[in-house]
Design a protein around this ligand. Structure first.
Ligand code: S3P
Length: 432
């Protein structure tokens, strides 16, 4: 049980170096492990979720060295993983569980994936159904379509899957299984979700293509693969982590923050678009590009924000930023409508519920809906007891809300930030 006390701030100043992107860090360990040769990963995110991924691959015989400046993965090739001697513990990590299920579906040994209570209550039918239709043999051990998952060997065939949700985890699980299939595999999603798997697979030598369709849907396709080849990867800073500092700089008067090394991949950068439509004073400088991934430093100055609509194809590009966007909306003038975001219900917590209960505790006017929320902004926030419910993004979003509030805020179970950003509170305090 850990608790953080947040005092109202009258201005934040300084620079923040943003830790590595969580999605890209996971994928770099996974592809590095099933590639031939070594993969060197710089600016890897050493958070609990990514350490779960490392732990799982170590249990399947992959040597992973943690050096001071980088991680070295000694890949075992596409078919070189060895049977684990027990359950693969995926902790709190949906990305580890779902993507790893895609890889394990193609192995010649049986395995079991299981995580913590939150993870084991998240929906897995979304990957079990398409992977089993490829010929995989995956069962939910408690017959509730959740983990623990038992994965037995099967011969995989290529499929063309139409996913009902825009989910990078679903898309990635199928593409990774598709490496082991007998024919090409494709996934069409209603709008484009983050494309890190496609970009990284291409860099590792797989034959992967992406197509956008006129109606906004998107298809990613992979050919079966003989081998992947180890790479050098420079992980950009995580825009989902940067979002808290951008929001803090905008909301707290007399602030000026340089948020450095932020990944700006367009499939992730919806948060920046919404900031602009809310009237934020943000400037992207020092832009660069490597491994298909863009990055920039972002200069943020305090701004008077106004409400906006957040919906449609924008949602998958900012799904993890909705809690902090809701905090920004509560402090903005006017109404913000968030819709088409029913996926919020199946994150680490039901974030429609956890955002609503905590914003209300701070005195904000918020109405939950079936696929989002409506926030009437402008009323000053008051300090409150925040229930993070062990959801890292709720703890960090409401720490920022606490800085903008008129009295002390208490964040319960604040250690859950370790899932994606262990140094979060230290970084925030460095700007006081
Ligand atoms: C992720 C995809 C998203 C996101 C999650 C990380 C990934 O989940 O919310 O934090 O790394 O692929 P969904 O695919 O369920 O939308």
């Amino acid at each position: 049980m850990s608790v953080r006390y947040i005092q109202p701030s009258c201005g934040l100043k300084g620079e923040i170096d943003i830790p590595g992107d969580k999605s890209i860090s996971h994928r770099s360990i996974m592809l590095g492990s099933i590639a031939q040769g070594t993969t060197e990963i710089t600016h890897f995110l050493k958070s609990a979720d990514c350490l779960s991924t490392i732990g799982c691959f170590r249990r399947m015989g992959v040597e992973i060295e943690e050096k001071k400046e980088y991680i070295l993965v000694h890949g075992r090739g596409l078919r070189g993983l060895t049977p684990p001697d027990g359950i693969l513990d995926t902790g709190n990590s949906g990305t580890t569980t779902r993507l790893l299920a895609g890889i394990l579906a193609g192995q010649s040994f049986s395995s079991t994936l299981s995580g913590d209570a939150s993870l084991n209550s998240r929906p897995m039918a979304r990957i079990i159904a398409p992977l089993n239709s490829m010929g995989a043999d995956i069962t939910s051990l408690n017959h509730d379509d959740c983990a623990p998952l038992r994965i037995n060997p099967g011969n995989l065939c290529g499929i063309h899957y139409h996913s009902p949700v825009a989910s990078a985890q679903v898309k990635s699980a199928i593409l990774l299984a598709g490496l082991y299939a007998d024919e090409e595999t494709s996934v069409t999603e209603p709008s484009l979700s983050r494309n890190h798997t496609e970009l990284m697979l291409q860099n590792f030598g797989a034959c992967v293509t992406s197509t956008m369709h006129r109606d906004g849907s998107a298809t990613a396709q992979t050919e079966p693969c003989r081998e992947l080849f180890g790479q050098q990867i420079l992980v950009p800073g995580d825009i989902s982590s940067a979002a808290y500092f951008i929001a803090a700089g905008l909301l707290i008067p007399h602030s000026e923050i340089l948020v450095k090394n932020v990944g700006t991949n367009f499939t992730r950068a919806g948060f920046l678009k919404v900031c602009e439509s809310m009237g934020a004073d943000i400037t992207l400088v020092n832009r660069s590009f490597e491994g298909g991934e863009g990055r920039a430093d972002i200069l943020v100055k305090s701004s008077a924000l106004k409400g906006t609509d957040i919906e449609g194809a924008l949602i998958p590009t900012l799904i993890d930023e909705i809690p902090i966007l809701a905090v920004m909306a509560a402090c903005a003038e006017g109404t913000t409508l968030i819709k088409d975001a029913a996926e919020l219900k199946v994150k680490e917590t039901n974030r429609i519920v956890t955002v609503t209960e905590n914003l209300k505790a701070m005195g904000a006017s918020v109405t939950p809906t079936d696929d989002g929320m409506i926030i009437e902004g402008g009323a000053p926030l008051s300090g409150a007891h925040i229930q993070s419910r062990l959801d890292h993004r709720i703890a960090m979003s409401f720490a920022v809300a606490g800085l903008a509030a008129s009295s002390e805020t208490v964040i319960e179970d604040s250690q859950c930030v370790d899932v994606s950003y262990p140094e979060f509170f230290a970084s925030l305090e460095s700007l006081y």
